[in-house]
Design a protein around this ligand. Structure first.
Ligand code: HPA
Ligand code: ZN
Length: 329
């Protein structure tokens, strides 16, 4: 199996329907109606509706143990697909809405990462994210928590939510505050907003990566700028097709981005919502882009190079990748 690495996945969004049902039962909660379709999958019909369904399903994750289980089960499924490294993005705002402190939120996730490492040898780190449509004040509070309650496995900061309605510049204080403490940052940009949103993001926020970033393809000068700054793109083709940014794989810019020299990685974003997985993203790149084993290994190499991880761990991951590449080659 090709060794894989994933930089962009929303932890609360990794829980499949059966786990959400189990957590609801454990917490004696009744799930809102119409959360699942007749096919048993999550029911949502456009991106902003998806974000609301995400809020509803996240409400069953109420204790550190719940967060541990969501993390552990996701990493276990990744390990089965040959994944050696995952950065999960979590949302302390969602945890706080369920009465959980920042410290408990982090502690639960870290327990899941450590248990999965012990069990499967998969390495994991946590990116703490704020939510743009929760506003600038909340983003600053999350930033303060990240800095004031540091944890060795919390290695980055990011921001998700409604990109189209909330441009990035207003969040620069939160990002700068975290970056000043030494943590690297990423931000969703160029998914629901075009090149203007990307330009604003890279000019106002201290980011080394972009979540999605794909719509940089619409502005060649900006693409050159992104490449010359060494910014890595967390590309999630299955997500983009599911939410309707592009109608099919043939229209997706990932191949053009790679051809132009952009640093591209592959991720699943919110796998059970978008009917994908990190393994499927690699497989689909093989099927639809003709990416052979070497090309897929290059994607993993890009991810490890851009990972928010300490240098000894990065070197270990690179060795694992090289060893596997030598076996395949
Ligand atoms: N995009 C933006 N924000 C999010 C997502 C996503 O896919 N999932 C959870 N928050
Ligand atoms: Zn995302």
């Amino acid at each position: 199996m090709i060794p894989k690495a994933e930089l962009h996945v929303h932890l609360e969004g990794t829980a499949p329907p059966n786990l959400v049902r189990r957590l609801a039962a454990r917490n004696k909660m009744t799930l809102p109606e119409r959360l699942f379709g007749e096919d048993g999958r999550y029911l949502w019909d456009h991106f902003l509706h998806f974000l609301k369904v995400y809020d509803a399903t996240s409400s069953v994750i109420r204790t550190p143990e719940d967060y541990r289980d969501v993390t552990y089960e996701y990493l276990a499924s990744c390990a089965e697909e040959g994944v050696i490294y995952v950065e999960v993005s979590s949302s302390p705002d969602h945890a706080a809405a369920n009465g959980m402190s920042y410290g408990d939120h982090v502690e639960g996730i870290v327990a899941g990462i450590e248990d999965a490492r012990d069990q499967f040898g998969i390495e994991g780190r946590l990116i703490v994210t704020c939510v743009r449509h929760f506003g600038v004040e909340r983003s600053m509070e999350v930033a303060r928590q990240v800095v004031d309650e540091p944890h060795p496995l919390v290695t980055g900061f990011g921001m998700g939510g409604d990109e189209a309605g909330h441009p990035p510049g207003q969040f620069s204080r939160a990002f700068q505050y975290v970056a000043d403490s030494g943590l690297p940052c990423t931000v969703h940009a160029g998914e629901w907003a075009g090149p203007d949103g990307i330009r604003e993001a890279i000019e106002t926020l201290p980011v080394t990566r972009l979540g999605h970033g794909i719509r940089v393809i619409e502005d060649r000068a900006l693409l050159s700028e992104v490449i010359s700054r060494g910014i890595t793109l967390e590309v999630c083709p299955g997500s983009n097709l599911a939410t309707g940014i592009y109608p099919d794989y043939a229209s997706h810019p990932v191949a053009d981005l790679i051809a132009a020299g952009a640093k591209v990685t592959l991720s699943s974003d919110d796998p059970p919502y978008f009917a994908t997985s990190i393994g499927k993203e690699y497989d689909d790149a093989g099927t639809h882009l003709g990416m052979d084993a070497d090309a897929q290994i290059a994607i993993t190499r890009n991810a490890i190079e851009a990972a928010f991880v300490d240098e000894p761990t990065r070197a270990k991951l690179m060795t694992r990748l090289d060893d596997a590449a030598n076996e395949t080659g």
